[in-house]
Write a protein that binds this ligand. Structure first.
Ligand SMILES: C[S@@+](CC[C@H](N)C(=O)[O-])C[C@H]1O[C@@H](n2cnc3c(N)ncnc32)[C@H](O)[C@@H]1O
Length: 259
């Protein structure tokens, strides 16, 4: 299986937290967790965070007293997460298209458009099947996907962020007319502005696929999951229904295993 995402994240890992410093997980999870609680989270407080990156999506859960297992395809991202939490979480490298069964979890997360790095509905179905196999009795799955708005804007524009003596450059190669189900690309590179800022990172491609709601629903059903709720939100992270591909930047899905 192609490992585009691993290549892209091995390159971006050293600066990922700087580039995404504005992503506020306390705000985001503060909005999303009540939507999960509405469906009755089992009491074990065991979380599996699939595609955990540098730990931004699970560290707030550790702080809330959850027991965390997490994995990612990129060894460099996992290493950074390990540096932050040491032995407080069980971390490993794994490709979500071939997800091992790590245990029985009350909640499985796959957050911040990690799912969009899957480039076909078959890959989405494989990943969702793996996530379903990790759900304990009554467990809930929550993941988000980027909407068309994200591929027509963020993936179609150039963004430069200067921090700690380096310039991080995101060049979206998509278009304002990106079609449902299309693959969008963006290149990411780093230019050091000071000697102390570390080496340059040459351009590396991020390749994501848009998944329309109908395709996600079909993949959920094929993976043996029941779709319980779908929300959309913009940068304010306030979940709204129904999901709107143009008004929202993200769609959020909540599911449980089909009985
Ligand atoms: C935007 S980051 C989000 C990371 C983390 N969930 C967060 O919210 O900060 C997307 C992550 O998905 C991971 N990823 C992409 N494809 C993957 C795959 N097939 N299996 C496991 N991880 C994958 C990348 O390595 C990257 O760490």
């Amino acid at each position: 299986m192609p490992r585009w995402a691993e290549i892209a994240y091995e390159a971006i890992a050293p600066v990922y937290d700087d580039f995404t410093a504005h992503h506020d997980y306390d705000l985001w999870l503060g909005q999303l967790l009540p939507k999960l609680e509405k469906h009755g989270i089992p009491p074990g407080r065991r979380l599996l965070d699939v595609a955990c990156g540098t730990g931004k999506s699970f560290i707030p859960m550790l702080e809330r007293g959850w027991q965390v297992t997490a994995c990612d395809i990129s060894p460099a991202m996992v290493e950074i997460a390990r540096g932050k939490v040491g032995g407080r979480a069980e971390l490993s490298e794994a490709d979500m298209r071939e997800l091992p069964v790590f245990g029985e979890f009350d909640v499985v997360f796959c957050l911040d458009d990690a799912v969009n790095y899957l480039l076909s509905s078959e890959e989405l179905e494989q990943a969702l099947t793996g996530m379903r196999r990790n759900l304990g009795p009554g467990g809930l799955l929550m993941f988000d996907v980027n909407t068309l708005e994200a591929y027509r804007n963020f993936f179609a524009e150039e963004v430069e962020v200067e921090r700690d003596g380096r310039r991080m450059i995101w060049k979206g190669l998509s278009s304002p007319d990106a079609e449902p189900g299309s693959i969008a690309e963006a290149s990411f590179e780093v230019e050091p502005l000071e000697e102390s800022a570390g080496p340059a990172i040459p351009p590396e491609l991020h390749r994501e696929r848009h998944f329309p709601e109908s395709e996600v629903r079909a993949a959920l059903a094929a993976a043996g999951l029941e779709c319980l709720d779908i929300y959309g939100h913009h940068h304010d992270a306030i979940p709204k229904q129904p999901l709107d591909e143009v008004a929202h930047t993200k769609g959020v899905y909540i599911a449980s295993a089909l009985s």
